[in-house]
Design a protein around this ligand. Structure first.
Ligand code: GTP
Length: 277
């Protein structure tokens, strides 16, 4: 019987799977691999930017996440006790319908008719919520003041005319002070006789509004007047939206003490002023 001794001699050693020698081997292998790859890396760094695409993707998304977290520092609400009313600034060019909108909203919430709007009006809209409506003055200083304290800005736009320079100006001012929530309200839509034209104008203004603020920003349409007031259903929708809206603390307000001056009246008798001077 011929013993195949050469075959036996060629049989390789069984690689140790466990024990000290296996551990030693794996260590030296790793070291070798590292040495090689480091050499290659030095020679051609671009080709070895990352070893695994999955890992690289994960690393990249993690870096983006970290960056975003750095940019969006969590806002802490430091207010305590009864919360102050949310300030809703109604902005728009003269005769666009600011007073009428405030009157209609007050009527909706309180069921009371307001003869005229003389200053900020605070109403209770829920168990935990008060709303203060302020008509935004049309001068630049008034706009800056209003932008600092507004939680929500209602931008009234005359549908028959389109956007005014003041609206864009006000949006820029808002941006500087932490940008409150913004909603657009289109009025004077009853001046359109042609339904097709009205539809087109609505679309055009909506897209213009979206480019200014963000895609999907809320724009309300007040289609006309009934007995000198906006339609009940449209005001109801707008009021519901305001009632459930989530407001966030604003950067300017949380970092500055401020007093909202309603009006300034000098009550000194004129004779006394004369006597003193
Ligand atoms: N046809 C029509 N008239 C409107 C509409 N909105 C407001 N008006 C009228 O426009 C006029 C001016 O409305 P106001 O609410 O006083 O406007 P305002 O923006 O407060 O005006 P100023 O306080 O002067 O800046 C009123 O006579 C309203 O009846 C609308 O959608 N359609």
């Amino acid at each position: 019987m011929a013993v195949d001794s050469t075959d036996k001699a060629q049989k390789p050693h069984r690689v140790r799977q466990s024990g000290t020698s296996a551990r030693k081997k794996s260590k030296s292998d790793k070291k070798k691999k590292q040495d090689v790859s480091e050499d290659q890396r030095k020679q051609n760094p671009k080709a070895f930017a990352f070893a695994s695409s999955v890992k690289a993707k994960r690393l990249q998304s993690r870096a983006v996440e970290k960056e975003q977290r750095r940019l969006h520092v969590p806002i802490i609400d430091r207010s305590y006790g009864e919360p102050p009313p949310f300030v809703i600034v109604v902005h728009g060019s003269p005769k666009v319908g600011k007073s009428l909108l405030i009157k209609s909203l007050v009527k909706h919430y309180t069921k009371h008719n307001l003869p005229d709007v003389r200053g900020p009006i605070t109403i209770v809209s829920g168990k935990q919520r008060r709303l203060q409506f302020v008509e935004c003055p049309n001068d630049i200083n008034g706009m800056i003041d209003a932008a600092k304290v507004a939680d929500l800005a209602l931008l009234l736009i005359d549908g028959s005319y389109g956007f005014e320079m003041e609206t864009f100006e006000f949006l820029n001012i808002l941006q500087v002070h932490g940008f409150p929530k913004v909603m657009g309200v289109l009025t004077h839509l009853d001046s359109f006789k042609d339904v097709k034209k009205l539809k087109k104008t609505k679309q055009r203004l909506k897209h213009r509004f979206w480019t200014e603020i963000y895609d999907g920003a809320k724009l309300f349409y007040l289609s006309g007047l009934l007995h000198g007031k906006y339609l009940k259903r449209e005001i109801h929708n707008l009021a519901r939206f305001i009632s459930v809206m989530k407001f966030h603390p604003l950067s300017w307000r949380t970092s500055h003490p401020y007093v909202l001056v309603d009006r300034f009246e000098d009550v000194t008798p004129p004779e006394r002023v004369q006597y003193k001077s």
